[in-house]
Design a protein around this ligand. Structure first.
Ligand SMILES: Nc1ncnc2c1ncn2[C@@H]1O[C@H](COP(=O)(O)OP(=O)(O)OP(=O)(O)O)[C@@H](O)[C@H]1O
Ligand SMILES: [Mg+2]
Length: 492
């Protein structure tokens, strides 16, 4: 076990880490924080949910000089929600040192951002909005000594590369550049090294690219049966919080509407929604006020919502990398999670491609029948009833119970209670617009076209092997203007 003290961090940062309940380093933190402190450029690759934010954040925060009244650190992230989440994490980490971190992203008030920029040490930005500020000369970057590309491979895919080059050109040449992601395809790594100064590459050694604590399944299923199968699985799994990924914005809207029609607590999020709507939906999800988030890849990268127990790939993703990030929204910081991917018979090759990249076999799950789904729901109700007996003082209800028992058979009474607790689903038929299956060939063609222990709010201790589930939720995400690239993700 490596402690943060042993890395020689300053008192104020150690104090923040203590407040956050971080006890020991994660492997990527242990390996990259010392390099970062030495001033080296670093390409860091480690599995989802293993603390990359603090791995780049801590060295950056250590190097901020509070006497200098200017932006000294810059983080670029692919989506607005992720920019906000990273800024929140850095604010917590830098609190002991009095460091101020500002997220800037498209869709929010430009003037207000300009005023706020004056008082901040670190800026976390989406590329589009940052370039706006650079072009309008409303941001001063001459004191930036550390630049980070979070989700580096995504930022350097062909859709973003020119923006990133322009941004880096606006920074002092004498600077440290840090690139982090859970995935780093070779061709992207090659581009990355041209932007950096002799980078050290740190790849946390793991047998598989995905974390062990996510159990991965697939169901093989024709397109037209996907929706009914989804609702059955949801009834059987009864997830605490679930994210369902769909391929397109329209798809996301249709699935979210369909789930609502069948009585599920679901909402959709994608790049066509206003910033306000995106934020409010995500916040509701973080607080558990909606249980199911239906999303495009806009929510695939970086978002850290601790109670997500299930990820469903309603449509299999186009890139194996995208699969890694999507399922990585569960199983974070040592918690357990499950992923279930829907694969149409014609998409089996795509599944094999994913297994090849991740070096992990995805287990087949049987398509449940409607009887199995009904039994699954009853099982959930039975478990809730048993839990209520164990965890509550039921004395106040006993008189009423005895009276009922004089009138009715005990079996009938329990059956009635179970019926009341079981959400009987409406059978409304839900029809989705048809979509093309993903084929490996198409995916490759698209690629060539493109070429153009854990935190706790209140000081409790957490570490990466801690299996305790915490109700403490935190989140993050994406943003912006449309670009004809990479599956048309909403970006800014
Ligand atoms: N050393 C630590 N001890 C305890 N918790 C930690 C530690 N480091 C990070 N965490 C927590 O782990 C969670 C995941 O961290 P983070 O979001 O940085 O992961 P990531 O590696 O960037 O994942 P992704 O690839 O999905 O972006 C966060 O809630 C974070 O606060
Ligand atoms: Mg991250």
């Amino acid at each position: 076990m490596t402690t943060f003290q042993s890395l020689g961090l300053s008192k104020p940062i150690l104090k923040s880490l203590d407040v956050m309940g971080f006890e020991e380093t994660t492997p990527i933190q242990e390996q990259t924080i010392p390099l970062g402190l030495e001033g080296k450029d670093v390409i860091g690759q480690a599995q989802t949910g293993t603390g990359k934010t603090a791995a780049f954040g801590i060295p950056m925060l250590e190097k901020i000089n509070k006497q200098v009244k200017a932006v000294q650190g810059l983080v670029i992230a692919p989506t607005r929600e992720l920019a906000i989440q990273v800024a929140e994490e850095l604010n917590r980490l830098g609190k002991g040192k009095g460091i101020r971190v500002l997220p800037i992203y498209g869709g929010s008030n430009m003037e207000r951002q300009i005023r706020a920029l004056k008082n901040n040490d670190i800026v976390v930005a989406t590329p589009g909005r940052l370039l706006d500020h650079i072009r309008r000369k409303t941001i001063k970057l001459q004191d930036v000594h550390t630049a980070v590309l979070d989700e580096a491979d995504e930022m350097l895919n062909m859709g973003f590369i020119e923006d990133i080059r322009d941004i880096l050109k606006a920074l002092p040449e004498e600077r440290q550049t840090l690139l982090f992601s859970a995935t780093m395809p070779k061709e992207i790594r090659d581009i990355a090294t041209t932007l950096m100064n002799n980078p050290e590459e740190v790849k946390v050694k793991a047998k598989e690219m995905t974390v062990e604590n996510i159990e991965q399944f697939f169901v093989e299923i024709p397109e037209k049966h996907k929706f009914d199968t989804l609702t059955r699985l949801l009834d059987i799994h009864d997830p605490a919080l679930a994210i369902i990924f769909g391929r397109t914005k329209r798809r996301v809207d249709e699935v979210a509407d369909g789930l609502q029609a069948r009585g599920f607590s679901a909402e959709g999020i994608h790049g066509d929604l206003t910033q306000g709507k995106r934020m409010s939906t995500l916040n509701k999800f973080k607080r558990g006020r909606i249980e199911i988030l239906v999303a495009t890849d806009v929510a695939a990268r970086g978002l850290d919502i601790s109670d997500v127990s299930h990820v469903y790939n309603f449509d299999i993703p186009q890139d194996p990398e995208s699969y890694v990030h999507r399922i990585g929204r569960t199983g974070r910081a040592g918690r357990k999670g499950k992923s279930i991917s829907f694969v149409t018979p014609r998409e089996k090759d795509q599944l094999h491609l994913i297994e090849k990249l991740t070096k992990k076999k995805v287990e087949r799950l049987k398509v449940p029948s409607s009887e199995e789904a009904a039994r699954g729901q009853q099982k959930v109700a039975v478990e809730k009833l048993a839990e209520t007996i164990t965890n509550n003082d039921l004395n106040n209800y006993k008189q009423a119970a005895n009276e009922l028992l004089e009138q009715y058979e005990s079996t009938d009474l329990v059956a009635a209670a179970l019926k009341m607790m079981t959400k009987e689903r409406s059978e409304v038929p839900v029809r989705l617009s048809s979509v093309q299956p993903i084929s490996v060939k198409n995916a490759q063609r698209d690629k060539s076209k493109k070429k153009g222990g854990y935190r706790k709010g209140g000081g409790g201790k957490r570490n990466f092997n801690n299996k305790n589930k915490s109700r403490n939720r935190n989140f993050s995400g994406k943003g912006g203007s449309k670009r004809g690239n990479y599956q048309n993700k909403g970006r800014s």
